[in-house]
Design a protein around this ligand. Sequence first.
Ligand code: RP5
Length: 178
Amino acid sequence: MIESALHNQQALSEMKNPQVGIIMGSTSDWDTMKKAEEVLQQLGVNFEVKVVSAHRTPDLLFEYSETAAERGIQVIIAGAGGAAHLPGMVASKTHLPVFGVPVKSKALNGIDSLLSIAQMPAGISVGTLAIGPAGAANAGLLASQVIALHDEDVRAKLIEFRRKQTEKVLSIPDPREM
Ligand code: RP5
């Protein structure tokens, strides 16, 4: 387990200056979490993507969380479903802001994921987003807004994104015109 965690860590260090880390508990979460990737790509934020499971690869979880800041990561987006312990555990091992995305589960439609992520004890914070793709997209936006505090290029893209979004809605005031 530790050997494979170190191997994965080596692969991580080969990525170019990621500002945001997108992690998720399973490859099955990717369909949801790729919405965060799309937003970061659109806004010109550098990021990395990695499967890190709280339960199946706990050593990697510790290593990832403990080394993220020193590798230049500024925000972590963590998606998980069911017993969604990944965001909270990552938050407990880093001072970086962690945004949790509840992935929609088969058994309970993501209510389990949402409550697992949201109900953190006072002292360790996770910013919890909506269940599913909207939550993943908004995690990408929120992470970009943090980066935009000190990155002018990202800030300009973010403001332009918001302007276009508003313009698009205002351009079709009557849904029958669509
Ligand atoms: C969680 O268990 C993952 O985040 C995923 O949402 C869920 C199911 O994982 P798989 O069984 O599809 O790998 O740890």
